[in-house]
Write a protein that binds this ligand. Structure first.
Ligand code: GUN
Length: 284
């Protein structure tokens, strides 16, 4: 058997198209504001991608690029100003922050109604009570990808490998809300292979290249690979990327997301959708 490839770009485009349509029906253009401190190349590149996608679907986008010497009180003052500005629909502070700034305090300062990352403790709580207004982007993007390819979720046994605050734990809440039976496994789980072999739906978000090998997967399972690991350089000097799932899993699984080009594009598309969701609520 060779797995169907659940390619991210068409699913991401469908989400972006929906965001564009919904934004066009609002009385005011949704505005995404991104705060970035310092010039870390990865952060600069992620933030410019977010801005490009926002502009592509007709949203406004403002990047507040501050020096990495910005103090915590200065950053909190900016967040307060953007919280109070009715023209700002969505607000995020790009992570990681310099060591002299407490990210917890910063994330809690963002208005939960504008928190398009879904990282505020109020939004984390709402996710578990089932009133998720703004779900975190990567796990919500995984669910959107499964929906796009009509992968059934209700009643299936989902095994999530990885318990991070931004992927594993919130994804468990989202799949539970969709009536999956959910198990979370992690680095201290004993007998990982016997658990992963039970999964109808296996989602891996650990950050360990090729952790999941074919014998760990039930024939016919759907496998979602959230891992992005740099594994050396290609001949042209570009970083070579590998997922958490070994490519040979394609011989066993019914469907598999590729790396790159699987879950990755869904994260930014969901961020754009979250900005529209925030604007819809704020303008209602
Ligand atoms: N840095 C890497 N990924 C993310 C993300 O999803 N949100 C924010 N705010 N920072 C990040």
């Amino acid at each position: 058997m060779s797995a169907a490839i659940l390619s991210g770009p068409p699913a991401a485009q469908a989400l972006l198209d929906e965001a564009r349509d919904r934004a066009a029906r609002l009385p005011h253009r949704p505005e995404l504001h991104v705060v970035r401190l310092g010039e870390d190349p990865a952060s600069v590149s992620y933030v410019s991608l977010k801005e490009r996608k926002a502009l592509e679907v007709g949203l406004g986008s403002t990047v507040h690029a501050l020096p990495d010497t910005t103090t915590q009180p200065e950053l909190l003052a900016l967040i307060e100003r953007l919280n109070a500005d009715p023209a700002v629909s969505g607000l995020l502070v790009q992570l990681p922050l310099p060591a002299h700034i407490g990210s917890g305090a910063v994330l809690e300062a963002i208005s939960p109604e504008k928190d398009v990352d879904g990282f505020h403790p109020v939004n984390v709580g709402r996710l578990w009570t089932g009133d998720a207004a703004l779900p975190p982007c990567t796990p919500a993007g995984v669910v959107a990808l499964l929906d796009y390819y009509r992968v059934p979720i209700a009643g299936r046994w989902a095994v999530i490998v990885g318990r991070s605050t931004i992927v594993g734990k919130p994804l468990a809440a989202l799949l539970l809300a969709r009536d999956a039976t959910v198990t979370i496994a992690h680095s201290r789980t004993q007998g990982l292979a016997s658990l992963t072999r039970q999964a109808d739906l296996l989602v891996v978000a650990v950050g360990k290249a090729h952790l999941i090998t074919p014998e760990m997967v039930r024939p016919g399972a759907v496998v979602v690979d959230v891992g992005v690991n740099r594994v050396g350089l290609s001949k042209s000097g570009k970083a070579r990327l590998a997922g958490d799932v070994h490519p040979d899993v394609a011989e066993v699984a019914a469907a598999l997301t590729p790396v790159p080009g699987g879950v990755g594009p869904m994260t930014v598309a969901q961020l754009i959708m979250n900005t529209v969701l925030a604007a819809e609520r704020l303008q209602a």
